[in-house]
Design a binder for this molecule. Structure first.
Ligand code: PEP
Ligand code: MG
Length: 331
C-alpha cells in the first residue's frame, strides 16, 4: 500500500506526464510572471523609489517568517515594513520562549544587514487562533480579545516577546509596532511594559540597539486620535485590510460580502489622508502595510497625500518602484 508521501510523489509525476489544462495554464502564468520579475529586476535593482520630479519614499516588504527574507532581498526591498510575528506563535505547539524568538528576530535583523526590520508584536485572535492560548469562543472575534488586548492583559506573554525583540535590536535596525491600539492610554501602557523590559535587560548587562516605536492604524478610533497618538511614537503603519473592515463594517473573512467590499472606498482613502496629515504635524512618519499599498492604481494618490513608505509583499516591490519612477507629481 502506498504511504501518503509516496502517493503524493506518484500523483505529481503522473500530473507532469499528463498535465491537465489547468496545470498547464498555471505553469504558463508562473513562467510569464517569473520572466516579468527578472526583467523588472534587471531594470530597477538598486534604483531609488523616486518620482520624476524628485519625491522619494521607502518601499519595504511584508514577511511572516525568516524563510521570506530571501524573497525580500531578492526583490531589493529597502527593509521589512511588517514582520507578522504571530506566525511564530501559530507555527508553535506552545508559547515560544524568549530564546526561540530572540534567535528568529536576530537572524532576520542580521540577514537584512542594517536595513530596517519592523516587528509587529503578537496579533493573535480573530482570524489567527492557536489552541494553546485557550482563547474563549467569541460572537464577534474581529471585535474581540485580540492583539494588544491580549498582551496588555497577559504581561508575561508580552514581556517574553518584547525582551526577545529588544535583545535582537543589538544585531541590526529593529523597530517595534503595536497592533490594534485604540487609545493613548493603551499606547502609554504598552510603552511602559517595553520600558520595564529595557531596564531589566540593561540591568542584566545585555546589549541593546536603538528601537523606533510605532503603531498600526487600523481602527477609525486610531484615525480620529492620530494627532495625540503621533506625539507618542516615531511612526504609524496603516493596516488597510483591517482599517477597511472596521470602517466599512464589512467582515474581511466573509466572501459573501465581496460585492459590498470597496477597497477604494472614499471613506477609507480620506482616513488615510487624515492620518498622514495628523502624523506629519508631529514629525511622525507614515507607511501603509496592507494590500492597498501594492495597488499601483493608488500609488500616485498615496504619494500626493504625502505617504513616506509602502510595505508590500516581496513580489510587488519592483512593480511599485516602477510605478513611482513613472510619476510626475508637479503636474
Ligand atoms: C492589514 O490588515 O492590512 C494587515 C497588513 O494585517 P494582516 O493582513 O496581517 O491582518
Ligand atoms: Mg488583521
Amino acid at each position: 500500500m502506498l504511504v501518503d508521501g509516496e502517493a503524493r510523489t506518484t500523483l505529481a509525476v503522473v500530473s507532469l506526464i499528463e498535465p491537465t489544462n489547468e496545470l498547464l495554464e498555471t505553469l504558463d502564468k508562473k513562467r510569464v510572471y517569473d520572466m516579468q520579475q527578472r526583467a523588472l529586476l534587471q531594470e530597477l535593482k538598486k534604483k531609488p523609489n523616486i518620482t520624476l520630479d524628485g519625491t522619494e519614499i521607502n518601499v519595504y516588504a511584508n514577511i511572516g517568517n525568516v524563510s521570506d527574507v530571501g524573497m525580500v532581498l531578492q526583490n531589493d526591498a529597502g527593509g521589512i515594513g511588517l514582520f507578522r510575528s504571530e506566525f511564530i506563535y501559530l507555527h508553535s505547539e506552545t508559547f515560544p520562549t524568549e530564546e526561540e524568538q530572540f534567535a528568529i528576530y536576530k537572524r532576520v535583523a542580521e540577514m537584512m544587514g542594517g536595513k530596517k526590520v519592523i516587528i509587529r508584536t503578537l496579533d493573535i485572535g480573530a482570524d489567527k487562533q492557536a489552541d494553546y492560548f485557550n482563547l474563549p469562543k467569541e460572537e464577534n472575534p474581529a471585535l474581540g480579545f485580540r492583539a494588544i488586548r491580549i498582551c496588555l492583559t497577559n504581561h508575561d506573554i508580552f514581556k517574553t516577546q518584547l525582551r526577545a525583540i529588544l535583545r535582537a535590536s543589538a544585531f541590526g535596525t529593529v523597530s517595534i509596532m503595536f497592533p490594534m491600539i485604540i487609545s493613548v492610554r493603551e499606547l502609554v501602557d504598552a510603552k511602559e511594559v517595553l520600558e520595564e523590559c529595557r531596564q531589566e535587560l540593561i540591568a542584566e548587562g545585555k546589549k541593546l540597539g536603538d528601537v523606533e516605536i510605532g503603531i498600526m492604524i487600523e481602527t477609525p478610533a486610531a484615525v480620529m486620535l492620530a494627532e495625540e497618538l503621533a506625539q507618542e511614537v516615531e511612526f504609524f503603519s496603516i493596516r488597510t485590510n483591517d482599517l477597511t473592515q472596521y470602517t466599512l463594517a464589512i467582515d474581511r473573512q466573509n466572501p459573501k460580502l465581496d460585492p459590498f467590499y470597496d477597497s477604494h472606498h472614499p471613506a477609507v482613502l480620506r482616513m488615510i489622508e487624515q492620518t498622514i496629515k495628523a502624523a506629519h504635524k508631529h514629525d511622525c512618519w507614515v507607511g501603509i502595510c496592507g494590500e492597498l499599498g501594492a495597488d499601483t492604481s493608488l500609488t500616485e494618490t498615496f504619494l500626493r497625500m504625502g505617504i513616506d513608505e509602502l510595505s508590500v509583499n516581496p513580489g510587488s516591490v519592483l512593480g511599485v518602484r516602477k510605478t513611482i519612477r513613472s510619476l510626475d507629481l508637479s503636474k
